[in-house]
Design a protein around this ligand. Structure first.
Ligand SMILES: [Zn+2]
Length: 417
């Protein structure tokens, strides 16, 4: 007997029945084939598009509490004047509340995973575990020591983590870390067998710092000299990566987490998607934190990634939909350490979303998958499942009202004068 049966769903242009056993897709067959199969639960999916969900490869989840503060400020000013003084007040409880709000917002847009770099990490792990999503949580490193960073406690949890949650080594950026610190954490990543996650080549100011402070023309070349560019390293942003940088990123086997809305809002730059793809770089998409985006909808982020790639290259075919779709699903899942997730196929991890086709974006024809990203919004996402578990049904996530109330209280504390 199957645990769950999805009947007559629209999957990449054909109607299918899909069986789920435990945390895995057991069968994907033409519609009607599994009509007689026994299952604990059945969902009639006649009105739904079935898709792999999104995997958000760069974020700071609890920054939902700091959303909407000085929306018209440049990155460095904004960090030092607005964000860091407020983050000084963070507590584990606030981070837990802010992370749950971010996970809720992610689920609403069909996202089941996030790559986090933030403080009080055990609280982030607890939120992810309770809400059933996948996550990779960064052990954070900056020169400035902070009581909010709980790396030792987080590392001690490693062996007890569920298979849906992993850790990374996450030095913040080259402008907040010394070369000695970067070399030390690169060695630590090697000895612990953990991947790296860092902001890289985000702004022109960062390129200037690489030159003036460290004597490198490029932030990417500098990070490589410090040992940071290793297989699986996730480099967030890379707006200012040169063609030589992109070749290096590809050769080292790193992933880029492209964050188009944050880059546009902070006027940081335009990630050269077409050049990166031509160089063989593995590209994924992230929202960055809600304080610099400001939304966490992966639908909106995926669309922004496409628009940014097309406008940046001056060519509408600079990024084709199939490549975008793969970047935000299968490739992103692989980047986060879930190589068996991000596709609907027998034997793959049972992560999926159901999109309501009885909505305006889908009434006019065209490819429903492309319409989902280019025309729809979170209101079309009906159901979200991760590792075989239904996390959202009929637009509802358990405990929504409590999540909103707790986040409001926590945010008010951080924003108080
Ligand atoms: Zn970031």
């Amino acid at each position: 007997m199957f645990d769950l049966l999805l009947s007559n769903a629209l999957l990449k242009g054909r109607r299918v029945d899909v069986a789920i056993q435990g945390s895995t897709f057991a069968a994907v067959e033409p519609a009607g084939t599994l009509a007689q199969a026994e299952a604990r639960e059945r969902l009639d999916c006649s009105r739904f598009l079935l898709r792999a969900p999104f995997y958000n490869t760069h974020t700071h989840q609890a920054m939902t509490l700091l959303r909407g503060i000085d929306d018209d400020c440049a990155l460095m000013d904004w960090l030092t004047r607005e964000i860091w003084p407020r983050e000084a007040r963070l507590t584990p409880h606030a981070v837990y509340a802010g992370t749950r709000l971010a996970i809720l917002e992610g689920l609403k847009s069909g996202c089941v995973a996030f790559n986090d770099m933030y403080f009080h990490q055990p609280a982030v792990i607890r939120a992810a575990e309770e809400m059933g999503v996948r996550a990779r949580i960064g052990l954070m490193y900056m020169d400035q020591v902070s009581d909010h960073i709980e790396n030792d406690t987080t590392l001690a949890l490693r062996d007890a983590l569920p298979p849906t949650i992993g850790l990374s080594i996450a030095p913040h950026a080259l402008y907040t870390t010394s070369p000695e610190l970067l070399r030390r954490v690169a060695d630590q990543a090697e000895s612990l067998g953990l991947p790296l996650h860092i902001h890289a080549a985000e702004t022109a100011a960062e390129t200037a710092i690489a030159k003036e402070r460290f004597g490198f023309d490029s932030p990417i070349a500098y990070l490589d000299a410090c040992g940071i560019l290793r297989p699986g390293t996730i480099l967030a942003h890379c707006c200012h990566a040169t063609e030589a940088d992109l070749a290096l990123i590809a050769a080292r086997g790193c992933f880029v987490a492209h964050c188009p809305q944050s880059n546009q809002k902070l006027a940081s730059g335009v990630f050269p998607w077409a050049k990166a793809a031509a160089a063989g770089v593995r590209i994924t998409v992230g929202t960055d934190g809600a304080a610099s985006n400001n939304g966490l909808s992966m639908i909106a982020e995926a669309k922004a990634a496409a628009l940014s790639a097309k406008l940046g290259a001056g060519a509408p075919d600079a990024l084709r939909f199939a490549d975008l779709d793969r970047a935000v699903t299968e490739e992103a899942a692989a980047a986060l350490g879930f190589p068996n997730a991000g596709r609907i196929a027998p034997g793959a991890d049972a992560d999926f979303i159901l999109i309501d086709l009885e909505t305006p974006a889908f009434a006019g024809g065209g490819d429903p998958d492309a319409n989902f990203i280019y025309a729809a919004d979170s209101s079309c996402v009906d159901t979200v499942a991760c590792a075989g578990r239904l996390l959202m049904r009929a637009h509802q996530v358990p405990g929504e009202a409590d999540i909103l109330a707790a986040a409001r209280t926590a945010s008010a504390t951080l924003l108080a004068p």
